[in-house]
Design a protein around this ligand. Structure first.
Ligand SMILES: [Fe+2]
Length: 494
C-alpha cells in the first residue's frame, strides 16, 4: 500500500470511531507490518480506558508485545517457511479454454434444438452409468402391460394434482407423460425436479400411461481424494461491488491488510486469489441503480478496483471471472471481461488470469468449478421451500441440488439468459473437487459426496432490493481452501 494512501486510511478509520492519531503514532503505524490490525488493537485497548488519543507510547507498547510473541512462535519455523515458499512457486493453473470464447448465435430454431440435444446427451451419459440400460420413450410406449423399464427424459412441464404429479417429458424419440403417484415413489423428490432438467425414471407400463416407481437425478459420485497436491491456500471471494454506496471498502482494506501479513502463516501461504464475479457494481444493471452508486462510471469503478488490487502482494496470482454486474455479455456462458476493461485492472501491476463464467480450472491437480451463480435465483423461485430470506439455512441444499442436477442453470427462459451454444457448457460434465459460487451474497462452506462447496458471500452491505426480499448478506468474507486436503475455512473481516 502506498504511504499516503495508508496514512489516509489510518486516519479515516480512527476518525470514524472518534479517535485521534498523533503524528508520532502515525509514523509508527506506517512502518508496522499490519498497520490496520495494530490500529484496531490500539482502539480496542483504549475502549476500556475511555481515552480517545492514539499516541506513540501506546503504539510502542503494542508493537513490542507483537514482536515478542512472534519471536517466540516463529523462530524455529523460519527454515520450513523458506522451503515452502520456494516449492509453491511452481503451482500450476490450467484453464479450460472452451469457456474463454465469446459465442455468437443466429437465433435459429436448429441452434436451440442442438443445444437441448447436447444437454440431453451429456446428461444421459451420466445417468446411464447410474441406471444401467435405458429404453427410449417410444420403446417404453411399446412395453407390455406391467412391464418395467428405465427411461432418461427431459422435463417439459409439471402439474400437481391431488394424488399424483403429472410430468410432461421428452427425449429424442418423442414426447409423453409420466404419472408420479404421491405415495410409493422412491428416489429424488418430484418437487425438486426443475423444468428442463434431464433425469432418469424407473417406470411401469399401465394401460396408456407410464407410472414412475423411482426418480433419479444424475448426481455426483463420491471420488477418492488423491494426496498429491501441496500445502497451499487458495483464497476465494466474490461480489465486491466496487462503486456501490454499500461497498464496504473498510472491510476490504482489512482483508488487504491481512493478505499482506508475511508474519501470518496462513496469509503467507495464499498463492491464488479467485474472484467469482461482481467485481464492480456496474451501471444500468437494474432500474434506478444510480441512486445506490457512489462511483457512476464502470471505468472509474474498475480503476478503483485496480487500485485496491495493486495492494495484493505479488506472490498471489489473481483469477478473475465475471458476474451479472460486470461489463460483459450478460447471458451464460459469459466470456472473460473485454480487453479494454482487463487493461484497466492490469494497471494494478498484478499477475492476472481472466476467465469466463462458468470457469473450469485445474490448480496443481485439483479441479475447480467457479460459477458466479445467476441461475440460483431461478431455482429459488421454482422450488417450494427455497427463498432468498432463508438462504442462511438452505443455501447448502440449494447448491447440492445444482450438483445433483449436474447443471448450473437448468431452467431455460427464466430470468437468467442462456446462449444456446452447440455444446451445453453449463452441464457439470466432470465432478469438481471444489465448486465455488457467489451471487446470492450469503456465505456457505460444506461438502457433498466429496465435492467441496463454497459460496463466498459479499463485500456489499444489504441493498434496498435485498431488504425487500429479506436477504441478510454475509459481508466481508473470504474462503480459504487448502489444496492438500481440501479443507475449507470461512473468515469474516469485521
Ligand atoms: Fe453480487
Amino acid at each position: 500500500m502506498k504511504r499516503e494512501a495508508l496514512a489516509r486510511k489510518i486516519i479515516e478509520k480512527a476518525t470514524r470511531r472518534g479517535y485521534t492519531v498523533t503524528k508520532g503514532a502515525l509514523r509508527l503505524l506506517e512502518q508496522a507490518e499490519a498497520p490496520l490490525e495494530v490500529l484496531d488493537e490500539a482502539m480496542h485497548r483504549l475502549e476500556r480506558s475511555g481515552a480517545m488519543i492514539i499516541d506513540e507510547l501506546l503504539l510502542m507498547e503494542l508493537l513490542k508485545a507483537r514482536r515478542e510473541s512472534r519471536e517466540m512462535g516463529v523462530a524455529e519455523e523460519g527454515e520450513e517457511v523458506a522451503e515452502a515458499a520456494e516449492e509453491l512457486e511452481e503451482l500450476s493453473i490450467e484453464v479450460d479454454e472452451r469457456f474463454l470464447r465469446e459465442w455468437r448465435i443466429q437465433g435459429a430454431s436448429e441452434e436451440f434444438q442442438r443445444y437441448f440435444l447436447s444437454r440431453y446427451e451429456k446428461l444421459s451419459r451420466i445417468l446411464r452409468e447410474r441406471l444401467g440400460s435405458a429404453v427410449s420413450l417410444r420403446e417404453a410406449m411399446r412395453l407390455r402391460e406391467s412391464q418395467e423399464a428405465s427411461i432418461i427424459v427431459m422435463l417439459l412441464e409439471k402439474h400437481d394434482s391431488k394424488k399424483a404429479w403429472i410430468l410432461r417429458v421428452d427425449d429424442p424419440s418423442g414426447e409423453h407423460r409420466i404419472i408420479v403417484p404421491k405415495e410409493g415413489v422412491s428416489g429424488d423428490s418430484p418437487e425438486q425436479l426443475l423444468q428442463d432438467v434431464v433425469f432418469g425414471a424407473r417406470i411401469v407400463k399401465n394401460g396408456d400411461a407410464l407410472i414412475a416407481r423411482e426418480l433419479i437425478l444424475p448426481d455426483v459420485a463420491a471420488e477418492r481424494l488423491e494426496k498429491a497436491a501441496r500445502d497451499a491456500l487458495i483464497c476465494m471471494i466474490s461480489d465486491i461491488h466496487v462503486g456501490s454506496k454499500h461497498f464496504r471498502e473498510d472491510l476490504f482494506e482489512n482483508f488487504l491488510d491481512w493478505i499482506n501479513r508475511d508474519g501470518d502463516p496462513e496469509a503467507r501461504n495464499v498463492r491464488i486469489l479467485i474472484i467469482a464475479g461482481d467485481i464492480v457494481d456496474g451501471a444500468g444493471v437494474y432500474p434506478n441503480q444510480h441512486k445506490e452508486l457512489e462511483v457512476f462510471s464502470v471505468e472509474e469503478q474498475l480503476k478503483k478496483m485496480s487500485r485496491l488490487l495493486s495492494e495484493i502482494p505479488e506472490r498471489v496470482k489473481l483469477v478473475i471471472g465475471p458476474g451479472n454486474h460486470d461489463p460483459v455479455q450478460r447471458a451464460l456462458p459469459q466470456p472473460p471481461l473485454p480487453e479494454k476493461y482487463r487493461a484497466i485492472l492490469e494497471k494494478s501491476g498484478r499477475s492476472m488470469i481472466f476467465v469466463g463464467n462458468p470457469a473450469w480450472m485445474t490448480i496443481d491437480g485439483r479441479t475447480f468449478l467457479v460459477y458466479h451463480g445467476q441461475g440460483l435465483d431461478d431455482i429459488i423461485q421454482s422450488v417450494p421451500g427455497f427463498s432468498h430470506s432463508n438462504l442462511e439455512r438452505d443455501l447448502g441444499d440449494l447448491l447440492k441440488l445444482v450438483l445433483r442436477c449436474r447443471h448450473l442453470c437448468p431452467i431455460y427462459g427464466e430470468t437468467t439468459p442462456i446462449i444456446p451454444t452447440p455444446e451445453d457448457l453449463l452441464v457439470v460434465d466432470r465432478v469438481p473437487h471444489v465448486f465455488h459460487t457467489g451471487h446470492v451474497h450469503v456465505a456457505y462452506a460444506g461438502s457433498y459426496r466429496g465435492v467441496r462447496i463454497v459460496n463466498s458471500g459479499t463485500w456489499q452491505e444489504q441493498t434496498s432490493y435485498q431488504r425487500g426480499v429479506g436477504l441478510e448478506p454475509t459481508v466481508g468474507v473470504m474462503a480459504l481452501v487448502n489444496l492438500r486436503d481440501l479443507s475449507i475455512k470461512l473468515r469474516r473481516f469485521a
